[in-house]
Write a protein that binds this ligand. Sequence first.
Ligand code: FA5
Length: 347
Amino acid sequence: MSIADDLLRLTNEAQQEIAAAADLDSLERLRVKYLGKKGSLSLVLRGMGAVPPAERPAIGDAVNKAKTQVEELLATAQTKLAHAALEAELSAPKLDVTLPGRAHFRGRRHPVSRTLDEVVEIFARMGFRVASGPEIELDRYNFELLGMPEGHPARDMQDTFYVDVATLPGAPVGTVLRTHTSPVQIRTMLTQKPPVRIVCPGKVYRCDSDVTHTPMFHQIECLHVERGLTLAHLKGTLDAFVKAFFGDDIRTRLRPSYFPFVEPGCEVDISCVLCRGKGCRVCKQTGFIEVLGAGMVHPEVLRGVGYDPDEVTGYAFGAGLDRMAMLKYGLDDLRVLFENDVRLVSA
Ligand code: FA5
């Protein structure tokens, strides 16, 4: 068989295979098969040694023509297949409306921050101003001026963290992490003449840890000193606050209790916000839950800050904001508020 016959056979074969190629990859394999270095058409040239020199130019010419012909066939097929691939991609459905939607997480403020803001707003509407004091407090303000001198048993109920003055140069002896927000009462009254009407929200610290106690927690202190205030003003303010925060059907109950800086003193219970007073596991079937300590400011405390207890009287209370957040948001363990659970801050 002559070289010319070989060329004719090869180009026919290439034409058929290229026409049948289903995709661009198959086409590339055919390009290598016919035009590659070791491809069929290149191999034809290797047989040139046996061709008489006079015929070689004509044969070379024929091989080049065959190569050009195969190249053109490949280029045409490639354009056709690329176009078809693009068409297929464009017409394939891109939007699958049956897929479940992707949730977008939005943040929101921590339950304790929300509770704090809401409580402050309620008191602002009742005419109370916001006061603040340091979290690292003097023993004198945290205990002594509140009727708890050194050795007083009531100090044990608020076992605290004492600051080691050796590691804090300049700190006076008797520096503590405040155990309650009540020292802000003292600081305010020492710098202000009556009438006084303040609330003070903030962090406090105690050596405590169980389902309803954490070593760091938040309180809001309320102090009102003016002429003619009685326990009825305390009860009325508490009622208004609790109803505004938990709902109109929530009742308050005062139980006698002891705090050295008030006389009389009381614990304040509210009807259980979960069972609305019917009795449940959280309120231990009593229908009530304790939320704060309160009382009439002790005459000795008033004297200690330079006020005349015959002129003015006052009421005060300190509520646990974390407990209130726990009740409002239905949490059953106080500690989850401080364990960085992102669900608490996702909307
Ligand atoms: C006091 O701290 C008083 N200073 C309150 C007070 C103010 C009484 C003014 C009279 C006049 P008590 O120790 O009961 O009181 O704490 C008040 C509230 O803080 C409690 O009712 C409770 O809600 C919350 N609380 C106390 N300890 C913790 C704790 N470890 N973790 C979370 N909340 C706490």
